[in-house]
Design a protein around this ligand. Structure first.
Ligand code: DAH
Length: 357
């Protein structure tokens, strides 16, 4: 074969090859344009791009060409290969990306119902206690949980050597640079009495619900954190009869009209006279049961007439004013009201318990 002839034959071959490649590209482009899902793409990959695919077949045919023609054709093949792969990858990425929310979420599926939270059962009862006293004309006061010894003990007429200041009962707060035993976690809500009287002259009629702290080992009736609701009423001519009437009305509003209350002699340094008071047992309604140890009564807390010495700390005229005060265990009342037998259940925060109320 002469040089001219061989060149001519080869040129014809190369032209035919380029035409085939143009055709391949047209088919590839069209297939890619219409591929609408992953299966169609995979089919394309198998047809055009794998080692045995259509494009690879052309690389094999390079051997049929004159050596001088191979670079030109090879270059074209490499260009095509790169272009195919780039276009293919771009389309794969585009198909993998959702076009809008509708592709992600099936809007016909039913929604997921989220459980609503609810007021803690203990606080539900505290709310009820508050609204009963508010309906009787009491205002709601509060004070700090980290309290000064002065308010928790001293101004309540608790002398420095009083047993309830014992380290066994009180959590003292160690604060660097501050004398020890000055700050503590309040052991009762009674300090709010002092804080209130410091701010307001009589008449005063308040309750102070809140958290209190004692170094008690937890059991069914004890928790190192529990709740009380303090009460205080000071004015001219207030007597023990007012205290009785207030607590009886409260008991009947919270537990029902058949409730009775009783007072037993007691001692608190901040009241004189002092009493412990009981409510009719809410379980057996006074007949006698396990809860009230067959007495028909449930111990609630202490109360009394405000000690004149306390008025000295807050600049009240003890000749002119008299008043009564009481404490009450809010967790205790909540346990009775809700039929809960272990105080720790209020603090475990087990949702299986909380959901029952
Ligand atoms: N603070 C007392 C306690 O925690 C309860 C108490 C007793 C409060 C008599 C009072 C009161 O206001 O007058 O045990």
């Amino acid at each position: 074969m002469s040089e001219v002839e061989s060149l001519g034959t080869s040129t014809v071959k190369v032209d035919g090859l380029f035409a085939e490649l143009d055709h391949l590209q047209t088919r590839f482009d069209e297939a890619l344009r219409t591929a609408s899902n992953a299966e169609a793409l995979e089919q394309m990959r198998l047809t055009y791009l794998v080692r045995k695919g259509e494009l690879a077949q052309f690389f094999k045919r390079l051997g049929e060409l004159e050596a001088s023609e191979r670079p030109r054709v090879g270059e074209r093949l490499n260009q095509l290969k790169n272009a195919f792969e780039a276009a293919f990858n771009e389309k794969s990425a585009a198909l993998a990306k959702p076009k809008d929310e509708g592709d992600l979420i099936d809007l016909t599926l039913p929604g997921i119902r989220r459980r609503l939270g609810a007021r803690h059962p203990l606080l539900q009862v505290v709310d009820e206690i508050k609204s009963i006293f508010v309906s009787m004309g009491f205002a709601i006061e509060s004070g700090p949980e980290a309290e000064l010894d002065y308010y928790n003990f001293e101004a309540l007429n608790l002398p420095p050597d009083h047993p309830s200041r014992d380290m066994q009962d009180t959590f003292y707060l160690a604060i660097p640079g501050v004398e020890s035993n000055k700050y503590l976690l309040r052991t009762h809500t009674s300090p709010v009495q002092i804080r209130t009287m410091e701010k307001h002259q009589p008449p005063v009629r308040i309750i102070a619900p809140g958290r209190v702290f004692r170094r008690d080992a937890p059991d069914a009736t004890h928790s190192p954190i529990f709740h009380q609701c303090e009460g205080l009423c000071v004015d001219e001519g207030i007597s023990f009869a007012d205290l009785k009437g207030t607590l009886l009305t409260f008991a009947q509003k919270l537990f029902g009209p058949d409730m009775k209350i009783r007072f037993r002699p007691g001692f608190f340094p901040f009241t004189e006279p002092s009493a412990e008071y009981d409510f009719t047992c809410t379980i057996c309604r006074g007949k006698g049961c396990r809860t009230c140890k067959n007495t028909g009564w449930i111990e609630i807390s202490g109360a009394g007439m405000v000690h004149p010495a306390v008025y000295g700390f807050v600049n009240y005229d003890s000749e002119r004013y008299t008043g009564y005060a009481w404490g009450m265990g809010a967790d205790r009342l909540a346990m009775l009201k809700l039929g809960v037998e272990d105080i720790r259940m209020f603090f475990d925060n087990d949702v299986r318990f909380l959901r029952q109320f």
